[in-house]
Design a protein around this ligand. Structure first.
Ligand SMILES: Cc1cc2nc3c(=O)[nH]c(=O)nc-3n(C[C@H](O)[C@H](O)[C@H](O)COP(=O)(O)OP(=O)(O)OC[C@H]3O[C@@H](n4cnc5c(N)ncnc54)[C@H](O)[C@@H]3O)c2cc1C
Length: 400
């Protein structure tokens, strides 16, 4: 009976876990709280975001806008211009048991030099991870190979001899990164991009599983739950590997390219690969999550989401089925959903923040994507505003 009362108490407490703004914003000064509040307030107006984008295109006032963005958006959503700039932040996050996943958020050029640069930067990040004991690094497939080449391979079209050589270089880049990561005990997250380049990435991932995931999940593929076929994909992976000892690392996200996906499907007249409504995407995300939890002996789960309900669902499964905390990682983007990240880390769950960095000019598109995403996703900005306001109020009251 005592056990039942304890379980009931746990669930009541857990339901409110993310409401604790004192833990969520513990490190933020009053100034940083007001700054956060004002930023989310501003980006809740789509017209202001579009206007700021327009202003930035004028060279004359560029230095002024740069100064403004540097002290607002950049501070809220980015770690800095380079790895060194991020050091203090990394330590701050570390002190709260939150790991950093440094993410070079500058889109490179589509040439061999740029791809090699991405590889050497990723190898440097693996070194940095080793010295900080960070468990993950991340890269985008198009950071190490040409988009059109992935597209051609995904469509099963025949490659020319030149393209075959180019492709073998792409594959060897995956190998260099995963091999180094494995030796340094770091795991690799492969980001997901557009659906029309994903099938070849899924194929590469399956080969990498066999090479690197025998002792633990070194390589993680990303599943975008907004795609209608992704639960089937997970089931297929399960079927292929269930009788083996390999570990399947999966980063589960909802997906960031919805408009682009829908537009292309309309334009080329094929069935939209994305779920029809947000509700359907939510169901799909939760079903993918449940499927992995039910087969957790095979899956290592990395949840990339700011959605409270999905994160609560994960907690339910972890606690109901006594799943080892090491099997599950929670992750949010830096500057967003601190109430989820810090309340989870405070309770001993594995948490990592994606920490974008890069030269100012290069990260501007990232900053605008964050702003536009926050404006577009109903509820996301209002939730952040509500939380910042709540904490500002709480601090004022606690002074009385
Ligand atoms: C750590 C981390 C890593 C990420 N890595 C990737 C990655 O590799 N690739 C990638 O694509 N994205 C990635 N994302 C972004 C992610 O896919 C989502 O865009 C973002 O996190 C918002 O979803 P949510 O679950 O946090 O929140 P929510 O606010 O609950 O969900 C918003 C999402 O729901 C979906 N949605 C919204 N409206 C509709 C609609 N009308 N119909 C159908 N679906 C709808 C969209 O996917 C939208 O982004 C990552 C996010 C995080 C936090």
């Amino acid at each position: 009976m005592y056990m039942n009362i304890f379980v009931l108490y746990f669930y009541i407490m857990q339901d409110n876990l993310f409401d604790n703004t004192e833990i969520a914003f513990k490190d933020k000064s009053v100034f940083a709280l007001y700054r956060g509040y004002i930023i989310f307030k501003i980006i809740s107006f789509p017209r202001i975001v579009s206007f700021a984008k327009f202003i930035l295109s004028f060279k004359l006032i560029y230095p002024l806008t740069k100064l403004l963005l540097k002290n607002t958006m950049l501070k809220q959503f980015c770690g800095g211009q380079n790895e060194d700039d991020c050091k203090n932040l990394i330590q701050d996050l570390n002190s709260r048991n939150v790991y950093s996943i440094l993410d070079y958020s500058v889109e490179g050029l589509e040439n061999e030099l740029s791809f090699e640069e991405t590889v050497s930067r990723t190898l440097n990040l693996i070194e940095l991870n080793t010295s900080n004991n960070f468990p993950f690094i991340v890269f985008k497939p198009t950071g190490i190979g040409r988009f059109d080449l992935y597209k051609k391979k995904s469509s099963k079209a025949k490659l020319s001899d030149l393209e075959k050589t180019e492709w073998s270089k792409v594959l060897s880049r995956y190998d260099v990164i995963c091999d180094t990561a494995q030796k340094k005990n770091v795991s690799v997250l492969i980001d997901a991009e557009e659906s029309w380049i994903q099938s070849i990435i899924d194929e590469i991932y399956e080969n990498l599983i066999v090479k690197y995931n025998s002792k633990k999940a070194v390589v993680y593929n990303t599943v975008q739950a907004y795609r209608t076929d992704r639960l089937e994909y997970l089931k297929k992976l399960y079927q292929t590997f269930s009788s083996t000892d390999f570990h399947l690392g999966i980063k589960l996200v909802r997906g960031a390219y919805m408009e682009k996906e829908r537009q292309r499907a309309r334009f080329l007249n094929y069935i939209d690969p994305i779920h029809k409504s947000k509700n359907d995407t939510d169901k799909s995300f939760n079903n993918c999550l449940i499927f992995m939890f039910e087969n957790v002996e095979l899956f290592s789960i990395f949840i990339g989401s700011h959605n409270e309900k999905s994160n609560y669902l994960a907690l339910d499964y972890i606690n109901k089925y006594n799943i080892s905390k090491n099997k599950v990682w929670f992750s949010q983007l830096f500057g967003m959903s601190d109430h989820i990240s810090y309340n989870l880390s405070d309770k001993g769950y594995n948490v990592a923040k994606y920490l974008p960095f890069g030269p100012f000019k290069g990260v501007i598109p990232y900053l605008f994507r964050r702003a536009e995403e926050n404006t577009a996703i109903e509820g996301q900005t209002s939730r952040e505003l509500f939380l910042y306001k709540k904490e500002i109020k709480r601090r004022n009251y606690s002074k009385l």
